[in-house]
Design a protein around this ligand. Structure first.
Ligand code: FES
Ligand code: FES
Length: 159
């Protein structure tokens, strides 16, 4: 039997009827149409479904929607401000931090969680923060470079 889930998604209060078996990624994609969050392995192994729950990066395929009752969810759609991309998104674009782009929303959300907690991370800290996010295309160097670039730019901009 479906239950009512009340959450804040990208700053907006949302109310959705979900089955107890519905995962967070299914709710975001199928009920709210937020298809920026990708689902690949569906088993907590690739990080493509990473979103923020109360500011912490989580694999949304491994969390039931009803487990986030009353929490704040941030997805990739919540980062840009109107037409203005978030500095992490800009850095990925400017620095070639993506190829096919499938892992990119998850990478960016993992980076967002990191930079919110540690605005000046070392390369090692960046690598550790994205250790659960798999990329089959880039070899990771440009992803790490992009996150480091975003951190520098955000520092310069006082963000
Ligand atoms: S789809 Fe969630 S970790 Fe792979
Ligand atoms: S850019 Fe293709 S999987 Fe990462």
């Amino acid at each position: 039997m479906k239950k009512i889930l009340k959450v804040l998604v990208n700053g907006e209060p949302r109310e959705v009827a979900v089955s107890p078996k519905t995962t967070l990624v299914e709710m975001l994609r199928n009920e709210l149409g937020l298809t920026g969050t990708k689902r690949a392995c569906n088993s907590g192994a690739c990080g493509s479904c990473t979103v923020l729950v109360d500011g912490k990066a989580v694999n949304s395929c491994s969390v039931l929607a009803l487990q986030v009752q009353g929490r704040q969810i941030t997805t990739i759609e919540g980062l840009a401000e109107g037409a203005r991309l978030h500095p992490i998104q800009e850095a990925f674009l400017d620095h070639g931090g993506l190829q096919c782009g499938f892992c990119t929303p998850g990478m960016i959300m993992a980076a967002k969680a990191l930079l919110d907690e540690n605005p000046h991370p070392s390369r090692q800290a960046i690598k550790e923060a994205i250790a659960g996010n798999l990329c089959r295309c880039t070899g990771y160097v440009r992803i790490v470079d992009s996150i480091a670039l975003a951190a520098r730019r955000m520092k310069e901009a006082g963000r």
